[in-house]
Ligand binder design. Sequence first.
Ligand code: DGY
Length: 331
Amino acid sequence: MTDLQRQRLLVTRTLPQASQARLDKGFKDVDIVQWKEDCAIPRSEFLKMAKGADGILCLLTDNIDAEVLNAAGPQLKVVSTMSVGYDHVNVPELESRNIALGITPGVLTEATADTTVLLVLAAARRMRESMDAVTHGKWGAWSPTWLLGSQLTDKTVGIVGLGRIGVAVAKRLKAFGVQKFLYQGTRRKEESEKTIGGEIEFVAMERLLKESDVICVCCALNDKTKNMFNYSAFSKMKGSVVFVNTARGGIVDQDGLIRALKEGKLGSVGLDVTVPEPLPKDSELLSFSNCIVLPHIGSATLETRTAMSEIAIENVLSGMKRERLPFPHDA
Ligand code: DGY
């Protein structure tokens, strides 16, 4: 075996235990370099460590752009992100260099749908205020009028993005007695409608905003969905709406959300994603008792994260086996 046949794999973070054990054992003819500190890889380190990589296994916290690809060099064959979302990857830049992209769809559907339901219920039932009351000694005698929230029975739920996660959210919420689902997305999805069953309708955004008691954001972040939920959209919602985003922070115009919350235009809000992440602890968003913010834990179960990291490893290894075609401009 000559050194020429060896490949270099950069892994930008320590992986869940089982997958990390595989990396530690190593792969035939692969030199692994890995950022193992307990923080996201700093950009300067990333650029240094990427040099000479044939494959990069990265996370959604790593911005994959021309600078990284240039730093890696023309031998780079594959970028495998341990995420289903790939808004942190400059896809046209990868395509123009014939670099494959691996993502981890499917395996995080259930965990993310669970988190969405968790936030819907927590926001609707005023979980933050309730827990704060207990912690801060504000728990008085049982009261018929204290901390009244809303329930899902007979309600209308709007789902924006009826992909795998949107469907899994709808199926779960149906069990809570939801009467009707409205959804929005790139097109009508009859198969998904059948899977969910019951009353479900593909509607214009205006109608979804106006008629939904609960709105769940389950779509990808792209040029079309960026800042889709702005002040104007929030102003069209019911004053009692429960608004939940477990997709990407960038889909919500956060200043618009803060303004709507300040003006009391929204019932309650649950967010698993924000801009930026982590959200600074002095962010105004954290000052509203009817807004619950989680630290992007949608897929954070041991089972799911292990499945994601296993797929990410398989993706990067298969990608590294590809014959590297020349850059289009080399031809
Ligand atoms: C993803 O994979 O895109 C998720 O946001 C991780 O939870």
